[in-house]
Design a protein around this ligand. Structure first.
Ligand SMILES: [Zn+2]
Length: 412
């Protein structure tokens, strides 16, 4: 049994309990007791440590990230979704070169910001070995996309192969899931095929949905940017949208789903998604860079969606640091009381995504996994605005514990 403590523990439990001079008694499996540090001291502890001027939070969760695109720094174009997607198409292969080095660095970067758990979208399984061997808890979403019937057999084979491989690697820290890339990039036959697999194997599903105005126009009228996109990149003169918004959402009736982005929902779409077993993941910096807007957080609250934030991949972000993402969200929603928003944002990267990813983490309470992030915050003992100052000041973890083990991030 081990005991750690700090000036402040933010538990992220249902009452949002904050404990001053708090302590956590735990072993490698789970948290045994949470309370005042001095009350938890006892004999025969394997390790005892108190972190002065520090905050302990549940280790953070980044529920939507594409590790395969970790090489991008200044290659891709921002400011318009269409220009960005064109730049992805032109640079896709080059961005995947030397991927192992970049993915490894991306895993470290994630952990440095306090992340212990990820929802990783993988299109080619280039990241499979590194992620399954890492200390991270991983929901590994095998992604499927394709619109050209000539390739359907090989797309299915490749998809099956990746799902099979990742299923073989499953353990308490690694689970297999399925991602449907998006309504504009996936034929209905392939979508049904992947969804059936998800339902049969009870796997979580993720999909990008209504990320851009261009996608909305395409689904509503088979016109606009995507008309040129299919002509230019796929030589298709008469391409048409594979779905209406309604028929795409129908696909997810029988599975649990994470819809990602959802920047262009109308009232009807909100109603439809709220009737599914689904959450919405928002990626504030990515949305600002590609689409010049932020997710409608207040509307989501009206529909009882828990707020969840993630970084997306480096293909649409300047870092994978969840604390930077949190700060972006804090400044994005100027109409919301800043202290309340700070709390919502912390829950958006702990308790809220944990519910759907089901690794039994995201909250510091008895019985939960021993996954903690510790951050040094100067004078945190004396502030009344603890969570706000945590979000403003936290830069990098002092220590990160996953399954009760202190992670040696730099030597990973
Ligand atoms: Zn994404």
């Amino acid at each position: 049994m081990k005991l750690i403590g700090a000036s402040i523990i933010i538990t992220c439990d249902n009452n949002f309990t904050i404990i001053k001079n708090g302590g956590i008694l735990f072993d490698n499996k789970k948290i045994i007791k949470v309370g005042k540090f001095d009350d938890l001291k006892k004999d025969k502890l394997e390790e005892v440590q108190f972190y002065n001027s520090c905050v302990i939070t549940p280790a953070l969760i980044n529920s939507h990230i594409h590790f395969e695109f970790s090489k991008n720094k200044s290659t891709l174009k921002y400011g318009s979704f269409g220009e960005w997607l064109n730049s992805i198409m032109d640079n896709r292969d080059n961005l995947m070169e030397d991927s192992q080095t970049y993915i490894k660095e991306a895993i470290k970067e994630s952990m440095r910001s306090g992340v212990s758990c990820v929802g990783a979208i993988s299109s080619r399984a280039i990241d499979l070995d590194l992620l399954s061997h890492s200390e991270l808890k991983v929901m590994f979403f095998n992604e499927i996309m394709g619109t050209n019937k000539d390739y359907f057999d090989s797309i299915k084979d490749d998809f099956n192969e990746r799902v099979k491989k990742s299923k073989l690697l499953e353990d308490i820290n690694f689970k297999t899931a399925i991602a449907l890339h998006s309504p504009y990039s996936l034929d209905i036959e392939l979508a049904h095929y992947a969804i059936k697999k998800a339902i049969d194997n009870k796997m979580l599903v993720s999909t990008h949905f209504l990320e851009s105005k261009e996608e909305l126009t395409w689904l509503e009228s088979s016109s606009g940017y995507f008309k040129t996109f299919f002509k230019h990149f796929f030589n298709k003169d008469n391409a048409k949208a594979n779905y209406s918004k309604e028929s795409f959402l129908e696909l997810f009736k029988k599975c649990e789903t994470l819809f990602v982005h959802c920047l262009y929902l109308n009232n009807d779409d909100w109603d439809k998604i709220s009737k599914l077993k689904a959450d919405i993941v928002s990626c504030p910096r990515s949305n600002r860079l590609l689409n010049n807007r932020y997710f409608n957080f207040l509307k989501a609250k009206d529909h009882k969606f828990p707020f969840i934030i993630a970084t997306d991949g480096k293909s649409s972000n300047n870092s994978l640091n969840m604390l930077d993402e949190a700060r972006c969200a804090l400044f994005a929603y100027e109409k919301y009381n800043i202290n309340n928003l700070a709390k919502e944002i912390l829950l958006a990267m702990t308790k809220n995504p944990a519910k759907r990813l089901k690794f039994n983490n995201g909250i510091i309470e008895r019985g939960k996994a021993s996954d903690f992030a510790i951050f040094h915050i100067e004078n945190v003992d004396s502030t009344e605005q603890i969570v706000l100052n945590f979000i403003l000041q936290a830069r990098e973890v002092k220590d990160l514990y996953i399954n009760g083990k202190r992670i040696d991030i730099e030597n990973y």
